[in-house]
Design a protein around this ligand. Structure first.
Ligand SMILES: [Zn+2]
Length: 190
């Protein structure tokens, strides 16, 4: 029950988003987009702004996204248990990605059926989301899981949000360091 491969275009009768493959049928998309009428995570929503200004930036080919995301992630967290990453070219309407627990597989859908290639930073945002699932399952105690367990019937546990928050914080901090806005921890412990 934990895996139903999204093998054909889905008639999107149910709320969809990430994780159509894990644990429970999807009804929930993402905290913060609870309005029924909203599309789940419009492009660029991860950045808190519209998608427009980023389009001028360099866009790597889809084949480079997997290595790029892995490289980025290594700089913010060292996974104890490896994972597979599939940047999938199939165009989807609403599904952004999923985590396949039993295979430790992260799948990211790179293309929107109408808009084409999704912005890289949005894809990375989805990647971080799925990575939080991976860590939630493979090393829950890395994030002090006290009373953060799954609640039956809920897609995202408190532990999940805690992990995702930590990952996003680290990524944002790293970017500020790279821009020179805050000092890098040179010779620091981490
Ligand atoms: Zn999720």
């Amino acid at each position: 029950m934990d895996e139903s491969l999204p093998s054909q275009p889905n008639p999107s009768r149910r709320g969809q988003g990430r994780d159509n493959d894990i644990l429970v049928p999807r009804t929930e998309i993402e905290v913060g987009s609870e309005d029924e009428g909203n599309p789940p995570r419009a492009a660029g929503s991860g950045l808190g702004s519209g998608p427009a200004p980023l389009t001028a930036l360099f866009t790597p080919p889809v084949s480079a996204l997997g290595p790029l995301f892995r490289h980025r992630f290594k700089r913010i967290y060292e996974c104890r248990i490896d994972f597979d990453l599939d940047i999938n070219n199939r165009a989807t309407m609403r599904v952004l990605g999923g985590y396949y627990k039993s295979r430790r597989l992260i799948r990211i859908y790179a293309r929107d059926r109408e808009q084409g290639l999704r912005p890289v930073e949005e894809l990375f945002d989805t990647f971080l989301h799925e990575m939080a699932h991976h860590l939630e399952y493979t090393e829950p105690f890395s994030f002090s899981a006290r009373s953060c367990g799954r609640v039956p019937g809920r897609m995202h546990s408190r532990l999940f949000w805690k992990i995702l928050g930590e990952l996003k914080y680290r990524w944002a901090r790293l970017q500020r360091q790279q821009r020179g806005q805050i000092p890098s921890p040179e010779g620091g412990g981490l």
